[in-house]
Design a protein around this ligand. Structure first.
Ligand code: NCD
Length: 342
């Protein structure tokens, strides 16, 4: 199941006003840029989109999205692009800095000031932390961060939240293990930052000593008394306690030293033997791409949720793109009003 049953359970009595907060014109560098009510609203919209595909197919007619990808990507770029195409809009962009004027020395700010003349919304991925913030300040259209170095990846978090909601009917009151490269894995930084705003989550941070969670992320957990964390290095010791196991790839491209990467890349490999120790209801998440950290035999286990994440990522990007350009989903508001009345 994808984003089907949810949101009604998160805030069953949320007032109509908090559901209709306007995201038009908003850049999303991290999910801190939008309220928790707006995040919940995006979850509602994604569910509506999933069940009203034909009805929303012209929501963004005449809009253009630019995907500026200075780093490799399969899912994220194609998902941003498919999202706009499925809403009726069009897409321009580049995949690879070598094909853009960045290779001639153009700054991010100049590129964004230029591209703002062409499009209604930009999705940008860049190897440097902070690049999306710089871009959002230079652009005159909304910029969505599609990953800035080892920092943040907010739309992956939207996909992750939708997947938690569909699996558990909630995104809080969970014990969530995050395993692998916690230093450079931007998806886990974004996810923790956001879950800590909703509260009531126990994090189990599983990594080798060399790849522990950065202090600024730990500080976010500490700042919410309803959240807590433990740091461990052995997956087998803790797997039986987890509701969610979020696996990550060791981020080869962010290592300074190839030997360190080679030494650390095989630290955690989730296979069916280890899954036998886990709860039958545990969900295995992974932002993908995987290298070898999840054995292929796990794919057919009902606990594997990582291909659901992919679908949820597209639906959440459809919700976000239509919202930041200010295009209402046909029929959505009247459905919300009906639900609130009931
Ligand atoms: C992740 C990323 O780019 O940070 N992938 C993705 O966007 N789905 C994770 C990774 O590359 O390991």
């Amino acid at each position: 199941m994808s984003v089907e049953r949810f949101a009604d359970h998160i805030f069953p009595s949320s007032p109509a006003t908090s559901r209709s907060e306007d995201l038009k014109g908003t850049s999303v560098v991290t999910l801190d840029d939008i309220s928790t009510a707006q995040i919940t609203e995006l979850l509602h919209k994604a569910r509506y989109i999933d069940t009203h595909r034909a009805r929303v197919a012209h929501t963004c007619d005449g809009r253009v999205l630019a995907t500026l990808f200075y780093e490799p990507s399969t899912r994220t770029r194609l998902s941003f692009e498919t999202a706009m195409l499925r809403l009726g809009g069009q897409v321009i962009g580049f995949a690879g800095a070598q094909l853009s004027s960045a290779s001639k020395g153009e700054s991010i700010s100049d590129t964004l000031k230029t591209v703002s003349n062409y499009v209604d919304v930009v999705a940008m991925r860049h190897p440097k932390e902070g690049a999306a913030l710089v871009a959002s300040r230079a652009a005159s259209v909304p910029v969505i961060n599609a990953g800035d170095g080892g920092h943040m990846h907010p739309t992956q978090t939207l996909a992750d939240l939708a997947t938690l909601q569909s699996r558990f009917d909630r995104i809080t009151d969970l014990t969530i293990g995050l395993c692998g490269d916690l230093t450079f894995g931007r998806t886990v930084h974004s996810l923790i930052e956001t879950l800590c705003r909703f509260g009531h989550v126990r994090f189990v941070l599983i990594s080798p000593d060399e790849l522990t969670m950065p202090q600024y992320v730990l500080d976010r957990i500490d700042a919410n008394p309803t959240c807590s964390y433990t740091e461990v290095s052995d997956l087998v010791d803790v797997i039986g306690d987890l509701d969610v196991l979020y696996m990550t790839r060791v981020q080869k491209e962010r290592f300074f030293n190839e030997d360190d990467y080679l030494r650390l890349r095989d630290t955690y490999i989730l296979d069916e033997a280890k899954l036998k120790l886990a709860k039958p209801s545990m969900a295995v998440l992974h932002p993908l791409p995987r290298v070898n950290e999840i054995a292929v035999d796990v794919d057919s286990d009902p606990r594997a949720a990582y291909f659901e994440q992919v679908k949820n990522g597209m639906l959440m990007r459809m919700a976000l793109e239509s919202s930041v350009v200010g295009d209402a989903l046909p029929g959505y508001e009247s459905q919300v009003k009906k639900e609130v009345r009931v």
